[in-house]
Design a protein around this ligand. Structure first.
Ligand code: NAD
Ligand code: TYD
Length: 343
């Protein structure tokens, strides 16, 4: 393994992964392949752009020609696929791009991995494929996705397994929990609430705020992918959780306390349709490879809050463009009919 195609590498986790791998492996070449959708941003890779071991290719994972061209041009031996449509609320508004990228795009990449005889195809997946759970989900549990986003990601995972079984493509999958850290697009709850709080804008909390997510810091997520790439068994799936399950209200409180903002900013708004109450992962399998999360809930959130407070240039640019249109569609009516809530 030495020439990695990091698809979706201009997004949140992919850009952190590109940076992490360039630093950790001085002999690896990292080629970021990204369509630059609304969520892709070359600012995320500004600090690695001058590295002679880094290259950027603008392309769509649904295009076999573009994918094959990049593999040939850069003698790629490994694909790590972060490329996806990733936001549940957007998948409720319109699921079309989710099916194309998360399902068809995954198929196109697997075909390329087969044709070129790549050393490894690694799929970045999510705890959301297990659906709403009452106890920690394990890798062999049934996939019961409940949002269009989660259904498209689960379909991608099934296709990866099919290519392993049928075509012997050497695949691995990681299913990670809610990830936080620098360069996350401010539509996901943590960067949305931090940046709104910094601007004294309301924080729209869905429903009663008692939903549970398991918070994982982005460098812990990157380390887990690295461990599975190098020590994981082909054909296998590994859960990657942060061991930090918290109610959404606890996340809101920590953000407000850290930034010294008033709890009056929080507004209870109409709930997300089909909202999963809890995600939870059993991580014994990846622990056997020697990985465990390094960040506590407070550590992960505090580092993230400080980064957004110190890097307004990064998110203020994003929040001034097409973002406003999405924000009005998603939150306009919700905020007009919102209620006070004590957190
Ligand atoms: P993101 O939305 O920040 O970035 C996605 C990237 O994919 C963007 O750069 C975008 O331009 C690119 N992309 C989208 N469609 C493409 C296409 N057709 N061809 C090429 N590039 C395309 O996403 P993220 O939060 O960094 O998530 C990365 C991966 O991790 C996804 O597969 C997601 O399902 C998974 N994941 C995310 C989380 C999380 O909490 N963010 C948790 C678990 C798993
Ligand atoms: P989100 O960041 O969208 O991730 P997930 O894919 O896990 O849903 O949301 C995390 C939690 O925060 C989830 O329970 C929904 C809730 N949430 C809000 O309360 N308000 C918001 O504006 C958003 C985006 C999410």
């Amino acid at each position: 393994m030495k020439n990695l195609l990091v698809t979706g590498g201009a997004g949140f986790i992919g850009s952190n992964f590109a940076r992490y791998m360039l630093e950790k492996y001085p002999h690896y070449k990292i080629v970021v392949f990204d369509k630059l959708t609304y969520a892709g941003n070359l600012d995320n890779l500004r600090d690695v752009a001058s590295s002679p071991r880094y290259a950027f290719v603008q392309g769509d994972i649904c295009s076999a020609d573009e994918v094959q061209g990049a593999i040939r041009a850069h003698a790629i031996d490994t694909i790590v696929n972060f490329a996806a449509e990733t936001h549940v609320d957007r998948s409720i508004l319109d699921a079309d791009a989710f099916l194309r990228t998360n399902v068809v795009g995954t198929f196109v990449l697997l075909e390329a991995a087969k044709q070129f005889g790549l050393e490894r195809y690694h799929q970045i997946s999510t705890d959301e494929v297990y659906g709403w759970v009452d106890k920690p989900a394990h890798e062999d549990d049934p996939l019961i996705p409940r949002s269009p986003y989660a259904a498209a990601k689960a379909s991608g995972d099934l296709m990866v397994n099919a290519y392993y079984v049928t075509h012997h493509v050497p695949t691995t999958i990681t299913r990670a929990s809610n990830t936080v850290g620098p360069y996350q697009y401010p539509e996901k709850v943590v960067p949305l609430f931090i940046t709104n709080a910094l601007e004294n804008e309301p924080l729209p909390l869905y429903g009663d705020g008692k939903q549970i997510r398991d918070w994982l810091y982005v460098t812990d997520h990157c380390e887990a992918v690295d461990v599975v790439l190098h020590q994981g068994k082909v054909g296998e799936v590994y859960n990657v959780g942060g061991d930090n399950e918290r109610h959404n209200v606890e996340v809101v409180k920590l953000i407000l306390d850290t930034l010294d903002k008033s709890p009056d900013l929080v507004r209870r708004v109409a709930d997300r349709s089909g909202h999963d109450r809890r995600y939870s992962l059993g991580i014994e399998k990846i622990e056997q490879l020697g990985w465990k999360p390094r960040h506590s809930f407070e550590g992960a959130l505090t580092e993230t809050i400080h980064w957004y407070a110190e890097n307004k240039w990064w998110w203020q640019k994003i929040k001034s463009g097409d973002y406003r249109e999405y924000y009005e569609r998603q939150y306009g009516e919700r905020l007009r009919t919102s209620e006070a809530i004590t957190v």
